[in-house]
Design a protein around this ligand. Structure first.
Ligand code: GDP
Ligand code: GDP
Length: 449
């Protein structure tokens, strides 16, 4: 079967991949290098002034291994505190990534800022790699060697522009990265299920975590064979222990300075990647914001199970309730399949409803429909509503199978192109029949010529 027009289930839905963060001063060539490493020639999405660049994490594949590449190049620290800002960037990278790649411009050599960052990186226990960029030809070889003095091991000479050395660098990256992201004991079999508590600033994430935390740490010993990364929290919800990933920032209540939204978004993405289910917290007392939708989009794109928790319900009056109904219909139709829970972290109202919603979402996420049952259902649907005729031909759906779980991913084998509208129709019917509440569902089409 040659592959069809679109819809490879490839990008999401697999186990979370380990994360490589790329750090360095502005203009050393980070973005150019990232583009090279992910095998794309065009520039990374251009920044719109004042708007955080949307895509900062990329799926990368090398020698059959997948990893996530996080590009910190979009963030321009203000000129006043360049050194401190880049060091902070490195600290963040250490916290969120499995390995860090420091990029230094070989044509300039190591600056004081590069040295400050190297100091931060040397103290971390994450693997660190050093790339010497802009080595377009052999002339810069000795400048590259001079970078040994940063104390980060062998500098890897590369030219992001021409591609020189990028294969060797990728080999070294794969050597440095663990097989799976930290916090993840292998495939996650056994051990508490992993939850990302995410949402825009001030929606009440810390408040909710504090509300549910209670005797968190005391349960650590009861969970056999679990080593808990200090950045995670074990939380007992409804008699079951859950692992809330990457909550260190929430526990510490660090308030991020302005300009740090970029890192908030980076952390959100990293937490979602490390989790199986995302709890997206939304402030019910305010209109649903663009930023709420963006966080939901991240969870959906990453193929994670999803629960929408509307917090601050104590502030919601009748008017607000009506307004929200309209907003839900307008802004969140895309994720109608996600369960909504209305809570108040302040009063504790309905917080107990979160755990059942998590269980439902994860059950959907894990669910596998037997092939026989799937095809029986499909035959009925297609008999009642066949795919629309296209250029005089009636495409036939020959066979369907669920290729993956987490999230459920279906492959349809067809004799012709299936329009997007018809695919959406099938997804709708699939959900009507089988549910999948709380989980994204993917359908890809393979056209048999
Ligand atoms: P970032 O700010 O670190 O992300 O840096 P960019 O990737 O935006 O690159 C900064 C400048 O350096 C751009 O003008 C690039 O064209 C240039 N540059 C990046 N990589 C190379 C390289 O390998 N060789 C040369 N000669 N120039 C490069
Ligand atoms: P975070 O930035 O998402 O971690 O949000 P915080 O937990 O720091 O909460 C932001 C503000 O909202 C704080 O002033 C909280 O006291 C307040 N807050 C959080 N949850 C609730 C709630 O359920 N009801 C009300 N009225 N206020 C809340």
């Amino acid at each position: 079967y040659p592959s069809g027009a679109d819809g490879d289930p490839e990008s999401g839905g697999l186990l979370p991949a380990p994360v490589l963060a790329v750090v360095g001063r502005p203009n050393v060539g980070k973005s150019t290098l990232v583009n090279r490493l992910i095998g794309r020639r065009e520039a990374v999405v251009q920044d719109i002034p004042g708007v955080t660049r949307d895509r900062i994490a990329y799926d990368a594949l090398w020698n059959g291994r997948r990893f996530t590449l996080v590009d910190t190049g979009g963030w321009e620290p203000d000129a006043t505190g360049l050194q401190a800002a880049v060091a902070a960037q490195a600290e963040m990278a250490i916290q969120t990534a499995d390995a860090v790649l420091l990029v230094v411009d070989a044509s300039v050599g190591a600056t004081a800022t590069d040295e400050a960052v190297a100091r931060v990186l040397r103290r971390s226990d994450r693997p660190v790699l050093l790339a010497a960029t802009k080595v377009d030809d052999d002339r810069l070889t000795s400048d590259t060697a001079a970078l040994w003095r940063l104390g980060l091991g062998e500098p890897h000479p590369v030219s992001g522009l021409h591609g020189r050395g990028s294969g060797d660098l990728l080999d070294a990256v794969l050597d440095a990265l663990p097989e799976s992201p930290r916090d993840l004991p292998g495939t996650g079999v056994g051990g508490p299920r992993r939850v990302a508590l995410v949402g825009k600033p001030n929606v009440g994430k810390s408040s909710l975590l504090n509300r549910v935390s209670g005797e968190v740490r005391s349960v650590v010993h009861d969970v056999a064979g679990t080593t808990v990364d200090p950045v995670d929290s074990l939380v007992d919800l409804d008699g079951e222990v859950w692992r809330f990933v990457d909550t260190a920032g929430l526990r510490k209540r660090v308030h991020m300075a302005s300009g740090m939204e970029y890192y908030a978004s980076l952390r959100t993405r990293a937490a979602i990647e490390a989790a199986e289910v995302a709890v997206v917290l939304i402030d019910a007392s305010e209109p649903i914001a663009e930023q709420d939708q963006r966080v939901i989009g991240m969870a959906e794109e990453a193929g994670r199970a999803l629960v929408l928790v509307f917090n601050k319900w104590d502030l919601v009056d009748e008017d607000r309730r009506l307004a929200m109904k309209r907003e839900l219909e307008r802004d969140l139709v895309r994720v109608q399949w996600a369960e909504r829970v209305n809570v108040s972290a302040l009063t504790g109202r309905s917080v107990a409803k979160i755990a059942p919603a998590l269980r439902t979402a994860l059950a959907s996420w894990d669910r596998r429909i037997p092939t026989g049952r799937l095809n029986g259902w499909l035959a009925e649907v297609i008999a009642a509503t066949p795919p629309p005729v296209r250029s005089g031909k009636q495409p036939k759906v020959l066979f369907a199978t669920q290729a993956q779980t987490r999230p459920p991913t279906f492959v349809l084998f067809t004799s012709g192109f299936l329009e997007a509208g018809y695919r959406r129709f099938l997804e709708r019917r699939l959900r009507e029949e089988f549910g999948f509440t709380g989980s994204p569902v993917r359908i890809s089409v393979r056209v048999r010529e």
